[in-house]
Write a protein that binds this ligand. Structure first.
Ligand code: GLY
Length: 373
């Protein structure tokens, strides 16, 4: 098969569908769909961690088409998030997901200084979550009792690019040092020898000592939550891209090898690689995120290593396109069978970041990507 022609075809389908969906979703920041229509996190929770992905997707569409509709909606989303910038309890390790894909994307696309300012505010806050004795970025907030002050999570790896961006923007090496010290801590305490990654690690917030790990959104302690594997795979690749430190690329490759070795025959990704054999729950977001990371690894490795990573990415993307994509406009989402967490009540729904990473992966293949990380 001509993979470029295939990707061009998928790209056209994304463009056709998102144009119609964007028109009818103007006033929303979507997370999932209810009866086929996007919900609205702007009203429900302006601080929700996924509130940047719809804008990020629209920036990708704007970059590929020049259609001002996408830019206008993305910029509206960005200004709505200013409310979040003033809510301390609503800011956390996910600042990167929210402001890289909105404000920093706007700054990259248009040079807007107001957007650059938002990005720097978000980066400064993220840097302020650094625990210097444990050398990690604190994850979630808690009720103020400090119960989660020592928690770090694998998702944070995808937010480090906000710090790398701030370092590149300001020439202030504090951002670089915080990002790389955190990445080194994750390498030491989250990555297992087999290439799998833990979701949550708790350190003693006062001394920095390792305490324990948790299964988090996966099955249990010791399991391998697939979206966490994907965050680690792509996240370490991004740390390599920004720092050129080879150890991060080696980490990303090791995680990729674990991911590819555990892929089911179908190419469809379970919620956890270690979920019970009789559980068939899938998470299409993990597939789309991993595909993005694999394609980037393929660009970084020497000639004789290429192929493995791109082939695996294509396998994931073909499986999604053939079996898990909705191209009709009866529903607003594209990807189906996305799962937020193994122990949630609901599984296999639509999740906006699945659509974002699917688009990014296809754009990587067609050369239309606006690099946002
Ligand atoms: N950042 C949370 C998640 O991946 O579900």
């Amino acid at each position: 098969m001509d993979e470029r022609a295939w990707a061009d075809g998928v790209s056209e389908k994304i463009k056709r569908k998102v144009r119609i969906v964007a028109e009818r979703s103007r006033d929303k920041i979507p997370y999932t769909t209810v009866d086929g229509r996007f919900d609205d996190r702007r009203k429900k929770n302006i601080c929700w961690w996924t509130n940047g992905f719809w804008a990020g997707m629209l920036w990708q569409l704007y970059h590929a088409t020049g259609d001002m509709l996408y830019r206008q909606i993305a910029q509206e989303n960005e200004t709505w998030l200013d409310e979040n910038l003033m809510i301390a309890q609503g800011l956390d390790h996910d600042n990167g997901f929210k402001w890289l894909l909105t404000a920093v994307a706007d700054y990259r696309a248009t040079g807007s200084l107001a957007s650059q300012n938002r990005g720097l505010l978000a980066a400064g806050h993220l840097a302020g979550r650094f625990n210097p004795v444990g050398r990690f970025l604190r994850a979630w907030n808690d009720g103020g009792d400090g119960g989660k002050a020592g928690w770090a999570i694998i998702d944070s790896m995808m937010n480090l690019p906000l710090l790398y961006w701030a370092w590149e923007e300001t020439n202030d090496p504090r951002f670089y040092h915080i990002a790389t010290m955190h990445a080194d801590t994750v390498e030491t305490y989250f990555l297992r020898p087999d290439g799998s990654a833990k979701h949550i690690v708790e350190f003693h917030a006062g001394t920095g000592e390792y305490v324990q790990s948790f299964g988090g959104q996966g099955v249990a302690t010791g399991s391998a939550w697939t979206r966490g594997q994907a965050w680690a795979l792509y996240g370490f690749t991004l740390s390599y891209l920004h720092t050129k430190e080879k150890r991060y690329l080696d980490d990303a490759k090791r995680i990729a090898h674990y991911f590819v070795a555990n892929l089911p025959e179908s190419g469809l990704v379970p919620v956890d690689f270690r979920q019970p054999k009789d559980c068939a729950w899938e998470d299409s977001t993990a597939a789309a995120i991993a595909a993005c990371g694999l394609l980037e690894i393929d660009r970084c490795v020497p000639e004789q290593e290429k192929g493995l990573y791109a082939r695996a990415a294509l396998r994931l993307l073909h499986a999604l396109e053939e079996k898990r994509c909705r191209w009709d406009t009866d529903c607003d989402n594209i990807l189906e069978k996305c799962t937020a967490a193994y122990h949630d009540k609901e599984h296999e729904v639509s999740l906006i970041y699945g659509d974002y990473f699917l688009t990014e992966a296809i754009w990587k293949l067609t050369g239309q990507e606006l690099f946002l990380w």
